[in-house]
Ligand binder design. Structure first.
Ligand code: ADP
Length: 188
């Protein structure tokens, strides 16, 4: 079993690369953003709550997100491993994930951190907003708030995983294939 965290700011290409990684390593792709968006489309209670944060570009509260993540993992007892995409995004989430996985005699092997400069991120997100139908991609203020949330709450996780010797920095600028190649060599 191999469990990976795809880490990086909004627009870094986590979702895109996850699709290729899933194919190569036969892992279960768990994107917290996708699960929230599915709940929004189904108008569930969780969806309505998440939407109130996502529309502003704020993080959904830890307690809600952690509970949702655990229940999604438990729905996949047959999985050969997971790609966590967009989770964890805070130190509290990372600590909860470690404890939860340890209980199941599982652990994170690698944290693949896609690195892309802020200006490039904004360009990519606003561009995606033209076609993705995601309101949080279309508005410049919301996009900048997401990057701000990343820098203040999520980027500190790099230290957390650096201390565990799991952080693998990957240049996230270039062709999709080149970036995929860098990810594969980091997994080793
Ligand atoms: P992106 O990485 O492009 O911002 P995501 O789909 O991963 O897109 O996330 C969209 C939104 O969903 C975030 O801005 C946030 O509001 C919410 N979200 C996703 N994952 C988490 C998480 N782990 N903790 C808190 N909020 C989250």
């Amino acid at each position: 079993m191999i469990n990976l965290v795809l880490f990086g700011p909004p627009g870094a290409g986590k979702g895109t690369q996850a699709v290729s990684l899933v194919e190569k390593y036969n892992l279960y792709h768990l994107s917290t953003g996708d699960v929230f968006r599915y709940n929004i489309s189904q108008k569930t209670e969780l969806g309505m709550l998440a939407k109130s944060y996502m529309d502003k570009g704020d993080l959904v509260p830890d307690e809600v997100t952690i509970k949702m993540l655990k229940s999604e993992v438990e729905k996949q007892p047959e999985a050969a491993g997971f790609i966590f995409d967009g989770f964890p995004r805070t130190v509290a989430q990372a600590e909860a994930l470690d404890a939860f996985l340890a209980d199941k005699e599982m652990k994170i092997e690698h944290v693949l951190s896609l690195e892309v400069p802020d200006e490039e991120l904004v360009k990519r997100l606003l561009n995606r907003g033209k076609t993705s139908g995601r309101a949080d991609d279309a508005n410049q203020d919301v996009v900048w708030n997401r990057i701000k949330e990343y820098n203040s709450k999520t980027a500190p996780l790099k230290n957390f995983y650096e201390e565990q010797s799991k952080l693998r920095g990957i240049n996230g600028v270039g062709s999709l294939n080149d970036i995929f190649g860098r990810l594969i060599s980091a997994i080793g």
